[in-house]
Design a protein around this ligand. Sequence first.
Ligand SMILES: [Zn+2]
Length: 71
Amino acid sequence: MKTKKLGSVARFGARYGKRTKSKVLTVEQGQKVAQKCPYCSRSAAKRLSVGIFQCKKCDSKFTGKAYKVGE
Ligand SMILES: [Zn+2]
């Protein structure tokens, strides 16, 4: 099913409500793109587990928020 607004959370169909799904959507959109590394400031950091990120370029491992690097 392809929808304009829902994106990756379209798989949940009509379930779970709008607010929950929009939160999941912002998390899942952040998982697709590489996060910005605070050390070399390149967009190359990936999430290893909850709050832990690693940069592919400078190989530094650092903490951030649960699903994204900062802010
Ligand atoms: Zn880096």
